[in-house]
Design a protein around this ligand. Structure first.
Ligand SMILES: [Ca+2]
Length: 105
């Protein structure tokens, strides 16, 4: 008769990963989304795809990224939105052409 040896108490899965016992022995860490590695130790670098535009500097975060936009008029997650501040109202115009032609005075 096979003895089921519980091994997960010996394994530490990082970054909120969950240890599961494999049938037949051994363990596996089940990692949260965008986490990889045998023990969930690898965090995916979302900045690898260079998501920031307009000179934004990408800062890798857990499960995401932030762009530090160097120019105040460019905002949004990728610095691709133009912020328009007009008389008494505030409008996030999206793409600059749309802003210039359609919406903003
Ligand atoms: Ca990341």
């Amino acid at each position: 008769m096979a003895v089921d040896i519980l091994e997960c108490h010996l394994v530490t899965c990082q970054k909120s990963g969950t240890c599961r016992e494999k049938i037949g022995g051994g363990t596996v860490c089940v990692c949260p989304p965008r986490i990889a590695g045998d023990h969930c130790e690898e965090e995916i670098d979302e900045c690898q795809s260079s998501p920031c535009v307009r000179g934004g500097v990408c800062v890798d975060k857990i499960n995401g990224f932030e762009c530090e936009c160097p120019h105040a008029q460019w905002v949004g997650q990728t610095c691709g939105n133009r912020e328009y501040v007009g008389a008494g109202f505030f409008l996030n115009c999206g793409k600059i052409m749309f802003c210039a032609v359609k919406m903003c005075p």
